[in-house]
Design a protein around this ligand. Structure first.
Ligand SMILES: [Zn+2]
Ligand SMILES: [Zn+2]
Length: 163
């Protein structure tokens, strides 16, 4: 009579006792003592998975707390600052240019007025002026006023892309 010999499977851990329980995950057989150890080993691995999970969750919380902490944000901040500096520089340059033009213009008018001042002073001293001269001086004064005001209409091209 052919009776199937009972093949004794040994515990995969101690290799001594019979492996009475087989783990469905790794297909290894364990004795009743080592099956507990195997389970504890799995528990430790589960703890590692849990720790990794918690770490990621903490990272998300930190990112939420500091939404601006991103390399691109720093680049945008830097670009903003550099652009503001450039605009300030361009505005300063434009102001200096205008002041120089106005200053030059005013100096010219002042020089021409000084000439007229001497002329008027001489005429008054000698008391020999007539209507034509009075008219001429008045015209000169009017012209100097026009010249002075001309500096107010200096053309400034806002689209100048020199900078
Ligand atoms: Zn297993
Ligand atoms: Zn064992």
């Amino acid at each position: 009579m052919a009776t199937a010999r009972k093949i004794k499977i040994l515990c995969s851990t101690c290799q001594k006792a019979a492996g009475v329980l087989t783990c469905r995950g790794c297909n290894n057989a364990f004795c009743s003592r080592d099956v507990i150890k195997h389970r504890q080993q799995l528990n430790r691995q589960m703890d590692e998975v849990g720790a990794s999970h918690d770490q990621l969750q903490q990272l998300i919380v930190e990112h939420e707390a500091q939404p601006k902490c991103h390399p691109l944000m720093e680049r945008i901040d830097k670009w903003e600052q550099e652009s503001i500096t450039k605009i300030h520089q361009a505005a300063d340059d434009a102001r200096k240019q205008i002041l120089t033009i106005i200053g030059t213009h005013r100096a010219q008018v002042t020089d021409n007025l000084a000439v007229l001042t001497q002329e008027l002073s001489r005429a008054r001293d000698e008391d020999d002026y007539v209507e034509t001269e009075l008219k001429e001086w008045m015209e000169k004064l009017d012209q100097l006023k026009i010249d002075l005001n001309a500096a107010q209409t200096v053309y400034f091209d806002q689209n100048d892309s020199k900078t």
